[in-house]
Design a protein around this ligand. Structure first.
Ligand code: DQA
Length: 142
């Protein structure tokens, strides 16, 4: 069983980008943390794109290929109805993750389109949020 862990714009720079907000771990560290959190019999497919349509294509692919999605849509969280629509066409569990606690930041980060679909939302746990999300999907899909 495969869990898709999808990451949106600028998260390729994780570890270098505003580390005071997003921490020093890189996306490679996130991949390791997710793999370690996955229960036996589950595997992780971690992807990152700076392009909305590429993320949407992975969500479509996940319809056939996965048992759950962990998604940090990054800035697209706050703007993308298209990502919400793609997730609304996806039946297994979806968990939205934000490294930072978006609700104590600028007001434009307080609204999430993806939260209209997500089965759980994690914000402010840093990279540990991804591990918690993976563990939860394993429980739900196990
Ligand atoms: C983020 C929060 C978003 O508001 C921001 O645009 C990001 C990262 C987070 O993980 O905290 O790029 O999703």
């Amino acid at each position: 069983k495969t869990i898709y862990v999808l990451n949106g714009p600028n998260l390729n720079l994780l570890g270098k980008r505003q580390p005071e907000i997003y921490g020093h771990e890189t996306l490679d560290d996130v991949a390791r943390i997710c793999a370690a959190a996955a229960a036996p019999g589950f595997e992780i497919r971690l992807e990152q794109s700076n392009h909305e349509g590429v993320l949407i294509d992975w969500i479509h692919e996940a319809r056939e290929a996965s048992c759950g999605i962990v998604i940090n849509p990054a800035a697209l969280t706050h703007s993308s109805i298209a990502i919400l629509d793609a997730l609304n066409a996806y039946d297994p569990p979806v968990i939205e993750v934000h490294l930072s606690q978006v609700h104590k930041r600028e007001s434009f980060r307080h609204h999430s389109y993806v939260s209209h679909r997500a089965d759980a939302v994690i914000a402010g746990l840093g990279v540990e949020g991804y591990a918690a999300a993976v563990r939860r999907i394993c429980q739900l899909a196990g």
